[in-house]
Ligand binder design. Structure first.
Ligand SMILES: [Zn+2]
Length: 261
């Protein structure tokens, strides 16, 4: 069995938890001030033994000085691309850089093996998508994390294909964005792009058991729109929705999702 929960989601902070009976892993960790970081970490530790933290990019809603300080206190290591480490140092200082270990394409942390690939996001912020692989009770599981991306490529479809669970950004509704505007939203995946991504991933391999949409914009999305967009997109393609669909409320947490095979 593998469990997933979006603990925080959105521009005010992100933290995703993946765990099995053998331990847990966070993908990004920036829940707020140091007190918030300590409280969330304590909550996570009640559920699982954390093995480390993967970081997708250096934006402050994914990692920052406060969260690095708390992770350092907890004796946890952070794993990211060398270019992300350079940008973390630039943006959040060198003080806690000692807990950060770098990897180019894949790293093993506890019982998990993470693979990362670059995605286009905001300029001057090197950003990755992740897949996280693990074996639990003799079964292999794969989770994919696509948070914060401007667009996806065929490489990303191949990367996500065959995942048991996919966390995917559905940041904004294009009409709401056109009407109200929001600086920076152009660097994030829209609801229709997210729907297209999921449809292509399902065509490229076995469908995921669960999809979790997240990182919803406060100004240019609503809790209902992303799931409606995905359902309508699949219906328009005459394709039954082959996965359970969950939307992470802002600012989280979302539902805890268990997958067993
Ligand atoms: Zn970002």
């Amino acid at each position: 069995m593998i469990k997933f929960r979006a603990l925080r989601s959105g521009s005010k902070g992100n933290a995703l938890l993946i765990y099995t009976a053998d331990g847990g892993l966070l993908a990004d960790f920036a829940p707020g001030c140091q007190r918030d970081c300590r409280a969330l970490l304590a909550e996570v530790k009640k559920k699982t033994a954390l093995r480390g933290v993967l970081v997708t990019h250096a934006h402050g809603d994914h990692i920052n000085r406060n969260s690095l300080k708390v992770l350092a206190e907890a004796g946890l290591n952070v794993y990211c691309h060398p270019k992300v480490l350079a940008q973390i140092k630039e943006r959040h200082g060198y003080e806690y850089a000692g807990i950060i270990k770098t990897y180019e394409s894949s790293v093993t942390v506890g019982c998990f093996t993470a693979v990362q690939a670059e995605v286009e996001h905001s300029p001057r912020c090197y950003t990755n998508a992740l897949t996280i692989n693990t074996v639990s009770a003799g079964r292999a599981y794969k989770a994919a994390v696509f948070t914060d991306l401007t667009r996806f490529t065929p490489e990303h479809i191949t990367m996500a294909a065959g995942s048991d669970i996919i966390y995917l950004e559905a940041n904004h509704d294009p009409e709401l964005l056109a009407r109200y505007g929001h600086p920076g939203s152009e660097f994030h995946l829209s609801n229709p792009q997210a729907a297209d991504f999921l449809h292509r991933v399902c065509a490229a391999g076995p469908a995921p058991a669960a999809v979790v949409l997240g990182h919803l914009s406060e100004d240019c999305n609503s809790p209902e729109l992303p799931a409606a967009e995905v359902r309508n997109y699949f219906a328009a393609k005459a394709a039954p929705l082959p996965f359970s669909l969950h939307v992470t409320p802002r600012p989280g947490p979302g539902a805890e999702i268990s997958i067993s095979r």
